[in-house]
Design a protein around this ligand. Structure first.
Ligand SMILES: [Zn+2]
Length: 117
């Protein structure tokens, strides 16, 4: 009898965990879909801007590819990302992620280095 109650409680707890996992997975799926839509819109905007620049005759695809590689290598790594890497806090000197606006350790505002980060 006691074993049955214990098993029933375990089953109920397992069901709750499964339901939570399903909700978390559905939420993550929605977030991924929103990110994909944002990336598609940004890609479309970049393609439109690039076509305008090419049509002006000022640039060509080779120049664009060279510039992409140049920007990619700014952080020392050719990884397809515009990431300036960790930055040292001007107050405490500890390393912070490139996108942080304030130091994780002391709270000091991190200076902006690049308008895209
Ligand atoms: Zn700091």
């Amino acid at each position: 009898m006691l074993t049955d109650v214990f098993q029933w409680l375990q089953i109920a707890q397992s069901r709750r965990l499964v339901n939570e996992a399903w909700r978390d997975a559905a939420s993550a799926q929605r977030a991924v879909e929103q990110l994909e839509q944002s990336v598609e819109r940004l890609t479309l905007a970049c393609a439109a801007l690039w076509e305008l620049l090419k049509e002006s005759g000022a640039f060509d695809d080779d120049e664009l590819l060279k510039r992409i590689m140049h920007l990619d290598l700014r952080d020392g790594s050719l990884d397809g990302r515009l990431n300036s890497g960790p930055r040292a806090c001007p107050e405490c000197g500890r390393k912070n992620g490139a996108k942080r606006t304030s130091c994780l350790y002391c709270g000091r505002a991190m200076p902006r280095v690049d308008p895209f980060t």
